[in-house]
Design a protein around this ligand. Sequence first.
Ligand SMILES: Nc1ncnc2c1ncn2[C@@H]1O[C@H](COP(=O)(O)OP(=O)(O)O)[C@@H](O)[C@H]1O
Ligand SMILES: [Mg+2]
Length: 408
Amino acid sequence: MNDINGWQFFHKDIIGKGGQGKVYAAKNEKYEGEYAIKVFKLKWMRNDATRRKRELRINNEIKVFQSIIHKNIIIYIDSGHLKREDIFYIVMDKADTSLKYYIHENDLSLEEKKDFFLQIIEGVRILHDHNIIHRDLKPANILIKDNTVKITDFGISFFLEDRNEPRVTSPWEIVGSRNWRSPQTELGRQDEPSIKEDFYSMGKILYFLLTNGKELYREHFDSREFFLPYIHKDPKYLVFENLFIHTIAENQRDIYDNLDDFIKEFKKAWKEFKMFPIDREIEELVRLAHVFHMNRKYEEHKALITKAYNMDKGNPYGQYYYGKLLYGENRQESLKYFYEVANNSRFSDYLVLADIALLLFHNDDAEMCEILVQRSKILKERRILPKNLSGISEELKKYLKYSALGRP
Ligand SMILES: Nc1ncnc2c1ncn2[C@@H]1O[C@H](COP(=O)(O)OP(=O)(O)O)[C@@H](O)[C@H]1O
Ligand SMILES: [Mg+2]
């Protein structure tokens, strides 16, 4: 058994290991319950400069701990240095686990994800209110105790008022963790650290939550692998695109410059997510089906169109695309769906109507074809925007344009 100033722990009770120290479950006669002790052994460090920097970081971490008491920051208990052994230690409340593991061990509901993220926001807010930038936000540093988020690991955090103090990171040193740090952090210390670095990591953490633990490896967040509606095969997830564009951005200019904007957008997205109206949902499903079709994923395309149709069998878009789906296999059957759409006099998508007119023309129904062509023309002249085009969000439009998959 080890004893560091009354803190007792066994090596086998290691509960975590990071780049800096090892963390053990520990007890102390003077305190009730179990705690976590983070132990840093510097004795065998040969290089003096490296050792000094480690010490700087440890003191930095202690300083953050001592400045903040908040329910979303892990509670600090004690710290110290054993001179002879050159061991530093920090004692804190012991959490149950970290988000890194929690996400895989629990089937989180969307409400729970939202709740976790709001708590992360609150933790970051208290840091920023104290002029501290965390700079290493990631699931392994988001602890969870009694279902409550507790942010930890402040080794490379930056106090904005300490601009002139010795820095805990060297110029050009890569700080933060791969996959979670912002491109700016990655480039090393060219500029002043910025709270935007934290917003960047928070964007990635949100992505991690919404994808049940996927890490975003590259910054190509607009490619389809990183496109949430594509991953979930559910267009509802489009509502979060704006948040990603303003957090996981290549260029720091695009990142929110204050937490309130971030929260406002987050709450707005969530509200829209919950209220995604059913016909918009059908339209978005159809859009998404197009993306699959263009990528030659015909099974997925078929499944989505069928889903869209079944969602509301009276919806003209569902009818039209379902009809098209059947067109190759059973023309007679598919005409039934086209007539449904054509006879819905309130339907105002001239592109769809013109398309059906063409199909009916090929099926020798010249009269109906003519009616539809006229209706389509009138609608176009009146500049009635096709409902499906005006309804889709800016993000998807951009996405479709980008992948050259959009309809005219
Ligand atoms: N208070 C704690 N309670 C429970 N586990 C912890 C605690 N502190 C750290 N850990 C675990 O140890 C890991 C490393 O701790 P951390 O403070 O992040 O050190 P490092 O700076 O080396 O990354 C964390 O990812 C977490 O899994
Ligand atoms: Mg860590």
